[in-house]
Design a protein. Structure first.
Length: 109
């Protein structure tokens, strides 16, 4: 089993992960499939930041906590559905919330 991390995109201040496929999994998944998965996660994170920015001006703490939990559930549910297929290829993508959205943990077995 091997663990590696997909870093955030340093070219932007937004929470976005790099979409390029790592060499370690090129034989296990197509570049298009990998790109689609990471792009979907990035889109969900953009929604999170937009909602938080707007609502933080209104109610700050309760809404931030509630939105973070909903987004975490949304991303976890999405990854669970993708990991069902990826497990057959020996790949598992962990929720970015476990690394505080600093990087995306990927397990290859």
């Amino acid at each position: 089993m091997e663990v590696f991390y997909i870093p955030r995109d340093p070219r932007t201040r937004k929470i976005r992960f790099l979409t390029g496929i790592p060499d370690k999994i090129k034989r296990r998944i197509s570049e298009t499939d990998w790109n689609n998965i990471i792009t979907e996660i990035n889109e969900k994170l953009v929604t999170k930041i937009s909602i938080i920015s707007i609502l933080s001006n209104l109610l700050i703490i309760p809404i931030l906590f509630f939105n973070n939990r909903n987004l975490d559930k949304e991303i976890i549910n999405y990854l669970e559905s993708k990991n069902t297929v990826l497990r057959k290829r020996g790949i598992y993508i962990c929720s970015p919330s476990i690394t505080q959205y600093l990087e995306l943990k990927v397990i290859v077995y």
